[in-house]
Design a protein around this ligand. Structure first.
Ligand code: LMR
Length: 396
């Protein structure tokens, strides 16, 4: 039976990590996958997380199953992070949240819920977008369309082109929006543009599906939610898939959530009953640990404040690396203007390096970046920057 199975291509991001691990060179640098590194090049467990875990070990009495929707305190905390305190959505009980395994699991559950229960069958993705989006949505049975977003020549968004693309969307189509820190470009919509997109979704009856994986990595926890909140204030229905891999450093705990916002509490409950059915047939109910950690931190004032400080440290270090990166490239005599790197948000920088240059960086220097030219700035350190900048100067 298996003899007819063909070889799958390596994953563009995680496949790179496999190749990196197999590379024997001592001075190799992994700037592929989006994982935060501290100054020492480590990805340590956050102190707030360690403290929450210690607390959990003390009080945990059972490993019995969670409900299909996961830890309820976690789900409430997720809604507050997404919509803010006392939002209109929560006051009117229009949102339902299910804990899910990471951003990917959350997106997949959202997609399957839509395919199985609604007329929505097409999803619009930005060009470019995160390499896994296409896989997730096509595996769930959605047709993929793409909307114009980033223009390499200007290193910026062409918002008019985005609107022109989306003018071709039909009522019921889904529009995937990156809540903040657009992956891979690092360029986000302005508040005025979010307003226009929200209005467009309302007018054309499009369903916004937010991929919200970097809250707190752009400008701050509240600031990064403004685009989502603007759109949510305009449209009757939307879905949010969020992840705590990056902002809590809980990568391997696979902790995220799907939140459905409906027109009314009653409609939200019906939709949620179907989402739960989707989850039950997929992984039954979520693993508990990640959700309990996040809920413990967000419900405890001291832990929450410690987490916020740790998040601020991560955000500031990335900003510092961006500035240093631009400066060092200049110092290496690179003629091309890389100043745009300093204006991008989040973990990634869309460098504009082409496929041949990316390959040369890997083969000749052991520097791993994604084929699209995306560099994980969060993986740069003062130690590896000189090597990276010299190599980039060389391949250019
Ligand atoms: C990334 O884009 O590098 C991260 O979101 C990790 C992943 O799963 O691809």
């Amino acid at each position: 039976i298996f003899s007819t199975v063909s070889q799958a291509p390596a994953d563009p991001i995680l496949g790179l990590t496999e190749a990196f691990k197999a590379d024997p060179r001592q001075d190799k640098v992994n700037l592929g996958v989006g994982i935060y590194k501290d100054e020492a090049g480590q990805t340590p467990v956050l102190t707030s997380v360690k403290k929450a875990e210690a607390k959990l070990i003390e009080i945990e009495k059972s490993k019995s199953y969670l409900g299909i929707e996961g830890v309820q305190a976690y789900n409430r905390a997720v809604q507050t992070l997404l919509f803010g305190q006392d939002s209109d959505i929560t006051t009117h009980d229009r949102a339902r949240t299910a804990q899910a395994p990471g951003g990917t699991g959350s997106l997949r559950m959202a997609a399957e819920f839509l395919v199985n229960n609604t007329q929505s069958s097409t999803i619009w993705l930005s060009n470019p977008t995160w390499a896994n989006h296409q896989n997730i949505f096509s595996s769930a049975g959605l047709s993929i369309e793409s909307y114009d977003y980033y223009v390499p020549e200007t290193q910026n968004i062409d918002f008019e082109a985005m609107l022109t693309s989306l003018a071709n969307a039909s009522a019921g189509d889904i529009v995937l929006l990156h809540g903040c820190c657009h992956n891979p470009t690092g360029i986000d919509l302005t508040q005025a543009q979010w307003q226009v997109i929200g209005q467009l979704c309302l007018d054309k009856q499009l369903l916004p599906l937010f991929d919200f994986a970097y809250q707190g990595f752009g400008a701050g926890i509240e600031e990064d939610a403004q685009g989502l909140r603007t759109v949510a204030s305009l449209v009757p229905e939307l879905i949010i898939a969020n992840s705590f891999s990056k902002n809590f450093g809980l990568y391997n705990e696979r902790i995220g959530a799907v939140t459905i916002v409906a027109e009314s509490s009653e409609s939200a409950s019906r939709a949620f009953s179907q989402l739960k059915k989707t989850i039950r047939s997929s992984y039954s109910n979520p693993p508990a640990h990640g959700g309990l950690i996040v809920a413990t931190i967000l419900e405890d004032a001291a832990l929450r404040s410690e987490w916020e400080q740790e998040l601020t440290t991560m955000r500031n270090r990335i900003a510092q690396m961006r500035a240093l990166f631009v400066q060092m490239l200049k110092d290496e005599g690179v003629q091309r203007d890389f100043g745009f790197i300093a204006n991008q948000n989040g973990m990634f920088s869309f460098s504009g390096l082409d496929k041949a240059q990316v390959t040369q960086l890997r083969e000749e220097f052991g520097i791993y970046i994604v084929g699209s030219g995306r560099i994980s700035v969060a993986g740069l350190t003062k130690d590896n920057l000189p090597k990276v900048c010299k190599a980039i100067a060389h391949v250019l």
